[in-house]
Design a protein around this ligand. Structure first.
Ligand code: MG
Ligand code: MG
Length: 265
């Protein structure tokens, strides 16, 4: 189906900032509970309660039948992991917590990959460099640049470490629908693809693998895993392209206070 870019007004952006704030608070609440031995279903419950406490609705729950409020993706699960009874966090795991919240008609959607206990140095670097690729992408995400500039930036940065860039899934426009145009792939050619313009709200979300970029979907129709079962990291920020420039409306600052990191955005 042909979909147009839906441009936002300043009043739309104001609502999008509030939805993103609910996600920021929720990720911080979930962050408080991330430690070895914690059931994934408990994290999902904490997340859903926090979203609803803020009078918002979990964007993911029921989306094309998705069963949980959060996407909880551990180790070789790249994205769209579903918390199941009997799944517990273990020391040395990494977990991408992706959260969406619908408030006043607009969606917030962003994600952070957390370390559980002590992770190996190579896994720590995968996380750090995936987040850095997102920051580099944010730097080029200004009106007049293209989605190809964003993808090329991510791909070039992580390529030097021989990581894989997942191609089957990508970032996206966001607003009244969680997934709007344009698609924002994490690979591409500079200067190609849709051009960023004032009034766009976009999510950039690199999904980077330690080994091969090849993935598969489990029989549940959701869970995306690396074929070689090496770990993957995933970070997502939400940006408003306004007349005053690009504003990162998502924030890791609150979760950073919980886990003791100083986050750039
Ligand atoms: Mg997203
Ligand atoms: Mg997301």
């Amino acid at each position: 189906m042909f979909r147009r870019v839906k441009y936002k007004t300043e009043s739309d952006f104001e609502k999008l900032r509030k939805s993103a704030q609910v996600v920021a608070v929720t990720l911080a609440e979930v962050a408080k509970c991330i430690k070895p031995g914690v059931p994934l279903t408990y994290l999902d419950q904490i997340g859903e309660e926090c979203i609803r406490d803020h009078h918002a609705v979990p964007s993911f729950k029921g989306y094309e039948g998705f069963p949980s409020a959060l996407c909880l993706s551990v180790n070789d699960v790249v994205v769209h992991g579903i918390p199941k009874a009997g799944d517990y966090l273990q020391d040395g795991d990494i977990i991408s917590v992706d959260c969406g919240a619908l408030l006043d008609g607009f969606h917030g959607d962003f994600a952070y990959t957390f370390a559980v206990g002590e992770v190996s140095e190579e896994v720590r670097l995968l996380m750090e460099r995936t987040k850095e690729s997102l920051y580099k992408a944010i730097d080029v995400a200004v009106a007049g640049k293209t989605v190809g500039d964003i993808g090329h930036t991510v791909e070039t940065y992580v390529g030097q470490f021989n990581y894989g860039v997942v191609r089957e899934l990508c970032g996206h426009g966001i607003g009244k629908d969680m997934h709007e145009r344009p698609d924002i792939p994490n690979y591409g050619k500079s200067g190609y693809g849709d051009r960023l313009q004032e009034g766009m709200c976009i999510c950039i979300e690199p999904m980077i693998t330690m080994g091969s970029r090849k993935i598969y979907m489990e029989n549940d129709g959701w869970t995306i895993r690396t074929q070689d079962h090496k770990p993957a990291a995933h970070y997502e920020h939400q940006l408003a392209i306004t007349s005053k420039g690009t504003e990162v409306i998502s924030s890791y600052k609150l979760l950073g206070e919980v886990i003791g990191t100083n986050e750039k955005y």
